[in-house]
Write a protein that binds this ligand. Structure first.
Ligand SMILES: Nc1ncnc2c1ncn2[C@@H]1O[C@H](COP(=O)(O)OP(=O)(O)O)[C@@H](O)[C@H]1O
Length: 197
């Protein structure tokens, strides 16, 4: 099963992706996590990406397309994967189609979590508070200024993907304002329908 989770920062993609991983035994491919790992490891990609990420901007399509192309070719992704945070632009979506076509694969579904924008800043602040309370490391881009930039980038470059995937007939939407378990149940219904289609 090959799935994309779409939605603004704070929509709950990471949480839902984790639940799908547990239930279906396929990996979550989060470009945000992969880029943060590259920053931490101090690789060339990490060095190029760090300042952009900290400010809430988007890393170049060229870099993320390459990362995803490499990652979907790894053995654990052969049976499927959940993409979280990719694609984030229409050119990335087009690149993904090419990458998968090169392997004779295609997507099963694109699931968009619809969330009221006013809730997103509060969710980010809660994530920061929870992380601090647990003694964890707060993300450099989880501050109001970078978060605002992330939302702006989302509106301008990522939101058009809904139309793109509506056009391919792959888009499904879920109410991301519902409680987490309800969202999970709704996603499972859509996944079951897509896989049996
Ligand atoms: N597909 C992508 N294209 C460009 N930049 C990306 C992509 N995925 C992640 N990034 C970079 O990593 C940052 C964090 O990504 P992610 O963890 O997915 O954030 P969020 O929690 O805001 O959804 C983004 O703000 C961006 O700088």
């Amino acid at each position: 099963m090959r799935l994309i989770l779409l939605g603004p920062p704070g929509a709950g993609k990471g949480t839902q992706a984790q639940r799908l991983v547990e239930k279906h035994g396929i990996p979550q491919l989060s470009t945000g996590d992969m880029l943060r790992a590259a920053v931490k490891a101090g690789t060339e990609v990490g060095k190029r990406a760090k300042a952009i990420m900290d400010a809430g901007g988007l890393v170049s399509d060229e870099i993320v397309n390459q990362i995803v192309s490499d990652r979907v070719g790894e053995p654990d992704a052969a049976r499927g994967f959940i993409l979280d945070g990719f694609p984030r632009t229409v050119p990335q979506a087009e690149a993904l189609t090419r990458i998968l076509a090169g392997k004779g694969q295609e997507l099963d579904a694109v699931i968009e979590l619809k969330v009221d924008e006013n809730a997103l800043l509060k969710r980010m602040e809660k994530r920061v508070a929870d992380t601090k309370a647990a003694g964890g490391q707060v993300r450099a881009d989880d501050n109001p200024e970078s978060f605002k930039k992330r939302l702006d980038e989302y509106r301008e470059k990522t939101a058009p993907l809904s139309k793109y995937y509506a056009g391919t007939g792959q888009l499904k939407t879920v109410d991301g304002m519902a409680d987490m378990d309800t969202v999970t149940a709704e996603i499972e219904k859509l996944v079951a329908a897509a896989v049996n289609a």
